[in-house]
Design a protein around this ligand. Structure first.
Ligand SMILES: C[S@@+](CC[C@H](N)C(=O)[O-])C[C@H]1O[C@@H](n2cnc3c(N)ncnc32)[C@H](O)[C@@H]1O
Length: 244
């Protein structure tokens, strides 16, 4: 969303310190990241992947390149850590570490106006003001999770967090911020955002799955706090839109 809109100034925040450190390193040192990725590319192999995965560099620039290297070569670009916060995704099928589309210098320029912060969403949302546009893209936890991946996710972003997020979104909207939330199109999520704004269902291609058969179209819910729900009193599902 940030790169699509390219606002003159913005705050980007996430609780994942490796992700935020990576953005900060790309913002400040794009040339070094480029060089380190070329080095990873020339050494990439199955054994190099697992050796590299096991040792998180202390240096922030090396850690950023390490993070991008693992993200590009692991299974389906998945991000998952164990209870000790160690990245534990196995190697994937892709071996391109340096991509033709890479342009870290340009990304760095685009990030010039961004304040990049490692913080909880409540802190980020509570600092928004009247007239701010806020894009919120939380993990998709629903009230009764049965699937293993979501169940794992549930431990790090619990249902209580969804409620805490909804409350922070309402506070921001009440102050006059325009908040766009994406979430799972699930009854429990639709329920907690009732009356908060307009709910719309967006249909898109699902990219994260091991087998092509499971990479089907999936639905997401969006909530725009500055718009009025058109069918608030009806039992009808929200309006449907096609994203891509
Ligand atoms: C669906 S992903 C969003 C990905 C991001 N919008 C993007 O396009 O790359 C959900 C994000 O929420 C973050 N997150 C989880 N719990 C959080 C919390 N309590 N506060 C802030 N961010 C959190 C995760 O680290 C993860 O990056």
């Amino acid at each position: 969303m940030y790169f699509a809109l390219q606002p003159a100034s913005a705050v980007l925040s996430d609780i994942n310190s490796d992700l935020i450190d990576c953005y900060q390193a790309v913002q400040k040192s794009p040339g070094e990241i480029d060089a380190l990725l070329s080095d990873h590319q020339s050494r990439h192999s199955k054994s190099y992947y697992y050796e590299t995965r096991a040792i998180k560099p202390a240096d922030p620039i090396e850690r950023a390149a390490w993070f991008i290297y693992l993200n590009r070569t692991c299974w389906n670009g998945l991000y998952r850590v164990n209870r000790r916060n160690e990245f534990n995704v196995p190697i994937g099928t892709k071996s391109a570490v340096v991509l033709h589309s890479d342009n870290f210098q340009s990304i760095s320029r685009m990030l010039r106006g961004a304040k990049i912060l490692n913080q909880d969403f409540e802190m980020a949302l509570d600092s928004t003001k009247d007239g701010d546009f806020v894009f919120v893209d939380p993990p998709y936890t629903v009230k009764h999770n049965l699937n293993g991946f979501v169940k794992y996710n549930d431990k790090i972003f619990q249902w209580e967090d969804q409620l805490r997020l909804r409350d922070a979104v309402v506070r921001a909207a009440t102050r006059g911020a325009m908040v766009l939330v994406t979430n799972a199109n699930h009854q429990s999520v639709r329920e907690i955002y009732k009356g908060v704004g307009r709910q719309m269902v967006v249909d898109r291609a699902s990219v994260l799955s091991g087998s092509a058969a499971h990479r089907v179209r999936t639905e997401e819910l969006t909530i725009c706090t500055w718009l009025k729900q058109t069918n608030e009193d009806e039992e009808e599902p929200p309006n449907r839109y096609l994203a891509n």
